[in-house]
Write a protein that binds this ligand. Structure first.
Ligand code: P1T
Length: 391
């Protein structure tokens, strides 16, 4: 059995630790070395050991690309300097005149890239409710080149039926991008449901420790991967070897971290549901949540992100976000420590006035892996404080 076939037979947790990460053949080092060389010796002109120049590829990046591609169940992995650098490479697949259909809830920076950088260059875009595939079909425009969805979405955590969207998009000749940042490949593997390109902000759960910015694309089709790899090298938005090492280290514990994130999120949801200060709780496990059925079908568990709206409106939402002590008021998500934020004024401020604008009374939690009782107590006192001060 070849090495790749053997690795493909391993379970997720085993591949996270071993795929692409054999002991170093020269020293036996068990941990993948951080290979800092920017250039590689050639035996004769054009004769090399697989590496020429570090923007085009370096051994630490190869280890990361091999590992995460294996976790997503595809043949090709491409690491980038940030999630947005990865997204920018995707947009380069389009020709002027080709349209992007973007889900009507998505990270503010993704909206900004598509609407403020690429639309002026000639790529039109429209926002769509991708939970309604019939409406998507009815409103389909022939110039559509890409359907771009997050599931669960940021920050409303709506879940989209990837298979249904992919079937329609492929019938009509468009590619499907699934941003898998919130779910991670541990909870959901979009390529198996028909996604052509699986996207990550590796800054989040893959890295997992709030100490590295990175992006990742996982692709099965050779021709799509080849074009993206050309853009990765030609435009040069690549991560450093140290960044690759940090993401690779994070990925080793992805499964155990995600189990705890999900468990802690449930404890937080239990506090929020029925709390007098809380209006709506947005979490895919809740039976009345938009896309709950899709989430139950395509995800192993429901993730570590929880959003909610407050009865007292924006002022109370801001005060609650400012009243926690253990949850840190900060942008970003997906790391071991718990974070709280006000998307309308923070991560999604760039979407104000657009179809992707988020509710002003919304608070988003990235539930970390601290002990759940401490998290619940912190949030309970913040809800108390946030509402009291409003009186
Ligand atoms: O920050 P960067 O690594 O460039 O990734 C962008 C990105 C892409 N996709 C999703 C779903 C994201 O959430 C992000 C970044 N999001 C935040 C910083 C945030 O706090 O929501």
């Amino acid at each position: 059995m070849g090495e790749q076939e053997q690795q493909a037979g391993w379970a997720f947790e085993t591949r996270a630790i071993h795929a692409g990460q054999d002991p170093d053949p020269t020293t036996g080092a068990v941990v993948t070395p951080i290979s800092l060389s920017t250039t590689f010796a050639q035996d004769a002109v054009g004769q090399h050991k697989g590496y020429e120049y570090a923007r085009s590829g370096n051994p630490t990046r190869t280890a990361l690309e091999t590992c995460v591609a294996s976790l997503e169940g595809v043949r090709h992995g491409l690491a980038f300097a940030s999630g947005l650098a990865a997204e920018d490479a995707i947009m380069r697949l389009l020709r002027p005149g080709q349209r992007v259909v973007l889900g009507n809830d998505a990270y503010g920076g993704t909206f900004r890239l598509i609407a403020k950088v690429w639309e002026p260059l000639g790529m039109p875009w429209t926002a769509a409710d991708l939970t309604d595939v019939e409406a998507l079909a009815a409103n389909w425009r022939d110039d559509t080149g890409l359907v771009w969805l997050e599931t669960p979405t940021n920050p409303l955590l709506t879940c989209i039926d990837i298979e249904a969207v992919a079937e329609l998009a492929h019938e009509r000749g468009a590619l499907v991008v699934v941003d898998n940042t919130f779910a991670t490949p541990y909870l959901q593997q979009p390529a198996a449901s028909g996604a052509d390109i699986v996207l990550h902000s590796a800054t989040k759960y893959l890295g997992g420790h709030s100490d590295v910015v990175g992006g990742f694309l996982a692709v099965d089709q050779d021709d799509v991967a080849e074009r993206l790899r050309f853009f990765q090298n030609a435009a040069g938005g690549v991560p450093s070897p140290f960044d690759c090492y940090l993401v690779l280290r994070g990925v080793k514990t992805l499964g155990v971290r995600m189990d705890r994130h999900c468990e802690n999120a449930r404890a937080v949801v239990d506090l929020l549901v029925g709390h007098p200060a809380v209006d709506r709780v947005l979490y895919p496990q809740l039976p009345d949540h938009p896309g709950h059925a899709a989430a139950a079908e395509q995800m192993r568990d429901f993730g570590g992100m929880v959003s909610f709206t407050l009865n007292g409106g924006e002022a109370v939402a801001r005060r609650v976000a400012e009243s926690t002590t253990l949850f840190t008021l900060a942008e970003s998500l997906g790391a071991v420590e718990s974070l709280i934020e006000h998307p309308g004024a923070m991560t999604h401020a760039s979407a104000a006035g657009s179809p992707l604008e988020v509710p002003a009374d919304l608070v988003r939690l990235s539930v970390g892996i601290e002990h759940s009782s401490d998290l619940v107590a912190d949030l309970a006192q913040a809800l108390e404080l946030g509402t009291q001060e409003g009186n």
